[in-house]
Design a protein around this ligand. Structure first.
Ligand code: MRU
Length: 341
C-alpha cells in the first residue's frame, strides 16, 4: 500500500485519518490541496509530509506551466510559504521545500519544462526516502537482540514515510534478519497513530504486535519486561535533543528509570543543524477537540480548558543512540552528528 503516488498531473495521498477502516486516496490537484491534507493530517509523519510538500511544489509550477520564469518563481515562493505554515515541528517539511526551491534556482532550461524537472526532483525525494529507511533498518537491526520485546510510540512506519519506515524499518529489518520480535504499540493519544496505524501496518506484515494504552508503558516495563524502546523523530537538534510525538519524553524517562535502551531512528534530513538545542524546536499545538472529543463525541465537560501540544522534546541524555541512514550515532551526539552537518 503506497502512502502517495503521482499520476496524470495529480498527487494521490492515502487518507490516514480513515485507516484502518477504509483505504481511500485523497486527490490533490493543487499545492493548496496538498497543504490542506498535511494540515488535517491525512498525510502525516515527518518524511511523508516532506515528500508530499515536494510534490506540492511541483504542482505549483504545473499550474503555471506557460508562465514566465519570474511568475513561476513567485508561485513557488507562495507555495513554499503556505506549505511550511501547515505543520511547524517536522523539519523534513522545510528540508524538502528548500531542496525544491534550490532545484528551481539552479534550473536553466525553458520555463515550460520546469514543472517536469521539479516533478522529477519530488520523485527523487520520495524514492530516496525508501532507500534511506532501508539503510536505517540495516544499521539499526544490529542493536536488536533475538526474541526482543520492543516498545514503540506513534507511527514511524511505512505510512509515515515513503515506505519501510524508520523505527518500524528497524523492526522490519530485524525480522528479515531472522529475529523473533514482539512489538508493543502505544495507542498514542489523542490522535491514535499507534492504535490505528502501527498495529495495522505490523499486522499486515505478520509481525507480532500488542496494543497498549500510553499509561501502561511503565507497568509493562516493570512487570513484563521490555528490551528496548525505539521511536522516530520530527526534528533532532544539533546536540541530539529530539522532538517526537507527545508522550515520547515520558517513555524516555521510564526507559531510563528501568535501565532500558532508548533509540531514535531517523534520516539525516530530520536533523536541524541550525538549532543548537531542543529548546528552540517549535512545538505544534493542535485543536482542543482532539482531546475533548472521541470519535466526534464530546467526552470532557463543555468549557474545560485544554492544552494539546502534538510533540515533546526528549533531552539527549535520555537517548542511548540515534540510528540514521549514515550509521548509528552514540553520545556525545553533538560531535557525532557534526560529522554529517
Ligand atoms: O503528528 P504526526 O503523526 O505527524 O507525528 C508523527 C511522529 O511523531 C513520528 O514519530 C515522526 O514523524 C517520525 S515518522 C518516521
Amino acid at each position: 500500500m503506497e502512502t502517495m503516488y503521482f499520476k496524470d498531473g495529480k498527487l494521490f495521498l492515502l487518507d490516514q485519518t480513515r485507516l484502518p477502516e477504509e483505504v481511500t486516496y485523497e486527490t490533490c490537484a493543487t499545492y493548496q490541496d496538498v497543504a490542506g491534507c498535511i494540515r488535517d493530517m491525512k498525510v502525516r509523519g515527518a518524511p511523508a509530509i516532506g515528500a508530499a510538500a515536494a510534490y506540492g511544489m511541483a504542482l505549483a509550477v504545473l499550474a503555471n506551466e506557460s508562465a514566465d520564469r519570474d511568475e513561476q518563481t513567485a508561485a513557488l515562493k507562495r507555495a513554499g510559504e503556505e506549505l511550511l505554515a501547515t505543520r511547524p515541528t517536522a523539519v523534513n517539511l522545510r528540508w524538502a521545500v528548500e531542496r525544491m526551491l534550490e532545484k528551481a534556482r539552479a534550473y536553466t532550461g525553458s520555463p515550460h519544462e520546469m514543472a517536469g524537472a521539479l516533478l522529477a526532483e519530488a520523485e527523487a525525494i520520495f524514492r530516496e526516502d525508501v532507500t534511506c529507511n532501508e539503510r536505517i533498518g540495516m544499521y539499526g537491526q544490529e542493536l536488536v537482540p533475538d526474541e526482543a520485546r520492543i516498545l514503540t510510540h506513534c507511527n514511524a512506519g511505512a505510512l509515515a514515510t515513503a515506505g519501510y519506515g524508520t523505527a518500524l524499518g528497524v523492526i522490519r529489518a530485524a525480522r528479515q534478519a531472522g529475529k523473533k520480535i514482539t512489538v508493543f504499540a502505544d495507542e498514542t493519544r489523542p490522535f491514535l497513530q499507534g492504535a490505528r496505524l502501527t498495529t495495522f501496518e505490523l499486522m499486515k506484515d505478520g509481525i507480532d504486535v500488542v496494543l497498549i494504552t500510553d499509561s501502561m508503558a511503565g507497568y509493562l516495563m516493570s512487570r513484563e519486561g521490555v528490551d528496548l524502546v525505539i521511536v522516530g523523530a520530527d526534528r533532532i537538534a544539533a546536540n541530539g535533543d529530539t522532538a517526537n510525538k507527545i508522550g515520547t519524553y515520558g517513555l524516555a524517562v521510564l526507559a531510563h528509570a528501568h535501565g532500558i535502551p532508548f533509540y531514535v531512528a531517523a534520516p539525516l534530513s530530520t536533523v536541524d543543524f541550525r538549532l543548537e538545542s531542543g529548546d528552540a524546536i517549535p512545538i505544534e499545538e493542535r485543536a482542543e477537540e482532539e482531546v475533548t472529543h472521541f470519535k466526534g463525541r464530546r467526552v470532557a465537560p463543555e468549557g474545560v480548558r485544554v492544552w494539546n501540544p502534538a510533540f515533546d522534546v526528549t533531552p539527549r541524555r535520555l537517548i542511548t543512540a540515534i540510528i540514521t541512514d549514515a550509521g548509528v550515532i552514540h553520545p556525545p551526539f553533538k560531535e557525532g552528528l557534526a560529522r554529517f552537518g
